[in-house]
Ligand binder design. Sequence first.
Ligand SMILES: [Zn+2]
Length: 467
Amino acid sequence: MSDSGLPLKGERGGMDKLEQVYQYIDSNQTKFVEELCTLIAQPSVSARDEGVNDCAHLLESMLSGMGFRVATFPTHGHPAIVAEMDGPKDSPTVLIYGHYDVQPPEPLEMWKSPPFTPTIREGRIYGRGAGDNKGQFYAQIAAISSITAVSGGLPVNVKVLLEGDEEQGSPYLADFLREHREQLKADLAYTSDAPIHSSGRPLVIFGVRGLLCIDLNLRGPNRDLHSGNYGGPVPNPAWGLVHLLASMKDAEGNVLVEGFYDDVVPPTLAEREVLKRIPFDPQEVQKSFEISRFEGPEHLSYYEKLMFRPTLNICGLSSGYSGGGVKTILPSTALAKLDIRLVVNQDPDRVFECVKRHLLSLCPDLEVKKIAGVLPSKTAIDHRYAQCAVDAVARVWGEPPVVFPTLGGTLPDYVFTRILGVPSILVPYANPEENNHSPNENISLDCFNKGIKVCATFLYNFASTGK
Ligand SMILES: [Zn+2]
């Protein structure tokens, strides 16, 4: 082998370095599962500060014991852990991100085994955090320790960042990255969270949609009124709000707010090709939701609408009386909650200004409030490091992964692409039915094992691509 620890195919001895690492991973599977179970057994519920600091201490000692340089940093929430291990000089650096906090386990009566008593049955490890995210980031750590055990060192520099507030929406992550930009400097960010594709095929993701949440509040009379005694001359805020909402979108699903689409970037040719290869059965999707049609411009495909177009969604609407029987009132207020999924290069603040300008020009009395905003993020699918991940997954799984240029949902991926300015790739390891955020959360032993191998393979691929 080369002195950088790179695997050289056809090396004397017959087996390449990676095959030796795979063998090591297989023969140490019991040990890795036990270590993961120790982690799961330590509760770390960030929502109510249950065991999170203890979990940080546990991780700190586990990682130091494996030869990482470990530093734990206080944040305004729970500690952030940074563990580093150097590869050869001039080799590239990967920043691996994960989170050690978990969702509350309730409802407890729905669990077949207690959430913090990890239990193995039917080829899966059950327990809160098994898939989201302890099992996935521990797979990365197991890969690193397998490589060092076989090769005596890593082929690249590795920095592992473990957050303790992801399940709270990562409120301190952006600031933490801004303050530790130098220490976290890397050539690529690599994250494993979420399940693989619902078809059971592996998945690689290159971006996420952003998010903008807006509350609208339209006031009418200072109290609910008798609709017979006052209806007619006194304006009804429910109608006012309905007209305002209707002014924002046409029947085809196009948003009519001026400037809304200004910064939207259409898919590249390469991305269009990838979209065509995503498994999709429209009938099956419609059947599963009991709907008879899809919305949005006809000329756009399902996945183009989901990944490359922003949405304007009414997620809540309330006014007046909606109970049983008759209550004839003219309501005093009408409220709507909007969520807008943003795509590259939209900016939540700019889009908010467009929406606000549109609404206030029609109704100056409307209250328009921004509740949340997260930037979208994307890494080019033909980035030179993209193939490192795609090839690693394909080699371990024996089939090419489904490639998502962008996830329909939102994650704080922009902290890597915008704050650190590095490409960012998401490689989910968990099985589709991992039950993340639900009772009976689990990770299959097979997915855990493949996750460890994917990470090991990725690190070697990354090394041979170089800086
Ligand atoms: Zn989660």
